[in-house]
Structure formats: structure tokens, C-alpha cells
Design a protein around this ligand. Structure first.
Ligand code: SAM
Ligand code: ZN
Length: 185
């Protein structure tokens, strides 16, 4: 039988796949805010659902935070585990102001705090999220200027709780015998 030389089929060299990913650099800057002092702004558009920035900082117990920030009006604390721990922020995320109609929200993913776009955000917009403060007795007035601003950085639930506590305090203590309010007549 004739030996037929098999024609060598030259296969093209495998070429590395070059994925052309068009990425617009997202840059966050800090500058003066109409809401409060300094705010965080984006220099590029951000798509809804994007993890914009991580809220980084030192993790403290509540007692440590109380010792550090007792009587300090501005804090950079982010509450975790229903307030059992806090993160004392030091990155740009710590400068994001509160709004009652925010363009971002927060989520804890794998133990890390992320600021996430809750809608498409335009270039030049200030980033905001709802602080929903849940701890404290002093007023925390909100200056966000949103059409339906609730007037406070506290959550609606905490505001109801404060209103009930203040109403109870105004009524005075209840007599254990009669159930009547003890007052001066
Ligand atoms: C984490 S700092 C935000 C950055 C702050 N603007 C700054 O320049 O340091 C949080 C503090 O900012 C102020 N703040 C943020 N959002 C506010 C708002 N909507 N209304 C009033 N004060 C606000 C409050 O004093 C709050 O305790
Ligand atoms: Zn507001």
C-alpha cells in the first residue's frame, strides 16, 4: 500500500482572547455641598445597581464609639448588626451626605458595607443615601431639600418611637394605685 503522507494541517496559533471592555472611569470627588459642608460627587455617570464605593473604616464596639464621640455633633459612624458595632469611616464614602430622596442605598455584602446606586446617576450629581438613623435622643434635623423631606435624618420608625417617648414623658408618671397620672393640682 502506498504510504500517503498525511497533509499537515496547520492550525492557526491560538490567539489570546482580547475582550474589549469599555469602562468609563468612575471618579468620586469631595467638594462643598448644598446639603451640608462637604459632600461626595461623581465625575462620571453611574448605572443603577453599581457598587459605587465601599464604606471603609475601623470597626468599633458601641462603647468605644461612645467614648470617642460623646458630644461630637458630626460623626462618621455606620451602624452594623442593629447597632451592636459601628464602622468609624475614613474613606470618601464617609463624606456622603444623607437625603430623604437618595440616589444610593447601602447593603452589607460579605460583611462589607457597600454604597450602591439605586437609580442611574448623572455626572456631577452629589451622592446621597438615607442614613435612617436609629439611635439617639437629640434632634437630627435634615437639610436635604427633597420635596418630601421628613425633616430628620432619623428613620421614620425611630421618629415615631421618639414621639411616643416624648408624649409619655410629657404626661408624667402614672400612679401605681389608680392608674392616674401623678401631677400637681
Ligand atoms: C458622615 S458626615 C457627612 C459629611 C459631612 N457633610 C462633612 O462635611 O463632614 C455626617 C454628618 O453630616 C451632616 N449631614 C449629612 N447629611 C445631612 C443632611 N441631610 N442634613 C443635615 N446635616 C447632614 C450631619 O452633621 C451628619 O452627622
Ligand atoms: Zn431630608
Amino acid at each position: 500500500m502506498r504510504k500517503v503522507r498525511k497533509e499537515k494541517v496547520l492550525l492557526p496559533e491560538p490567539r489570546p482572547t482580547v475582550l474589549k471592555i469599555k469602562r468609563r472611569a468612575m471618579t468620586l470627588i469631595l467638594r462643598e455641598s448644598r446639603i451640608h459642608s462637604c459632600g461626595c460627587y461623581t465625575t462620571a455617570p453611574i448605572r443603577k445597581g453599581t457598587r459605587v464605593v465601599e464604606y471603609v473604616g475601623e470597626r468599633l464596639s458601641n462603647d468605644q464609639a461612645d467614648d470617642l464621640y460623646d458630644d461630637v455633633p458630626i460623626t462618621y459612624l455606620f451602624g452594623l448588626n442593629s447597632g451592636k458595632h459601628v464602622v468609624d469611616g475614613y474613606g470618601v464614602a464617609a463624606f456622603i451626605n444623607h437625603s430623604c430622596r437618595p440616589n444610593c442605598e447601602t447593603d452589607i455584602i460579605g460583611g462589607r458595607i457597600w454604597i450602591i446606586a439605586r437609580r442611574d446617576i448623572e455626572r456631577g450629581e452629589e451622592l446621597t443615601y438615607d442614613y435612617n438613623l436609629f439611635d439617639g435622643e437629640e434632634d437630627a434635623p435634615c437639610l436635604c431639600r427633597a420635596p418630601r423631606c421628613r425633616g430628620s435624618m432619623y428613620s421614620a420608625a425611630h421618629l415615631r418611637k421618639m414621639t411616643r417617648a416624648r408624649a409619655k414623658a410629657a404626661r408624667g408618671p402614672i400612679s401605681p394605685l389608680s392608674g392616674a397620672t401623678i401631677g400637681s393640682f
